[in-house]
Design a protein around this ligand. Sequence first.
Ligand code: CAA
Length: 241
Amino acid sequence: MSRVALVTGGTRGIGAAISIALKEAGHKVAANYAGNDEKAKAFESETGIPVFKWDVSNYASCADGVAAVEAALGPVDILVNNAGITRDAMFHKMTPDQWLEVINTNLNGVFNMTHLVWTGMRDRNFGRVITISSINGQKGQMGQVNYSASKAGDLGLTKALAQEGAAKGITVNAVCPGYIATEMVKAIPEKVLNERIIPQIPVGRLGEPEEIGRIVTFLASDDAGFITGSTISANGGQFFV
Ligand code: CAA
């Protein structure tokens, strides 16, 4: 069944793969982005997926953005909270700004976006909320106290909200990717990536964004109606919960 899907951070990396996978599954997709106009416009012309610019960390901007998407495509049935940032630093060097920026985008952004589509989903007795957390929200990661805290927060939000949505036909799930071949991971110092991280991945490679896109498409489908409050890990065997 074709539904309206909104993917935050949906024009690059894992988010782009999710947007494309949802479109290929027959959904009407809107892709949000925050900063890179050039990449977003190129994505729009290559895929035919409309792009909408706002910052998920700002509630008022999210409200305007959701209204624009709904005016263009209709009510949002599937929300994919994918937008996320890193500001990696060892804790003793981490600034309060690095802490806040990450929490505001990765955790408060999920609150903002989900809150704005939730009432509509309840009214229509259907919804899919899928949040992209991280392996590092499950296991913690040195250099990422801010990011690990935000992504662990996303898992708590998911489990609590799933209980509220269940009686209203809304499923709320999280996906925890491991290290996926995106710009975010390629920004890790090469020595750290090659000598420390890849050897920790039993399958011996980074994941592909499309591997996450397929999980999200399944969770968004009617077939996944009995799955809620779950965390799906896709990390090449790096960490078992
Ligand atoms: N795994 C294992 N060891 C790591 C590590 C990691 N992810 N990150 C850093 N280290 C080790 C380094 O190898 C180094 O060890 P040695 O002193 O023995 O060489 C030590 O920690 C300190 O690292 P640096 O010398 O690089 O210290 P720094 O202060 O210059 O930089 C840092 C610290 C900013 C944390 C930098 O090391 C870094 O960016 N590390 C990567 C952190 C990381 O894994 N980020 C994940 C980004 S991808 C992502 O977030 C997506 C997702 O959801 C998975």
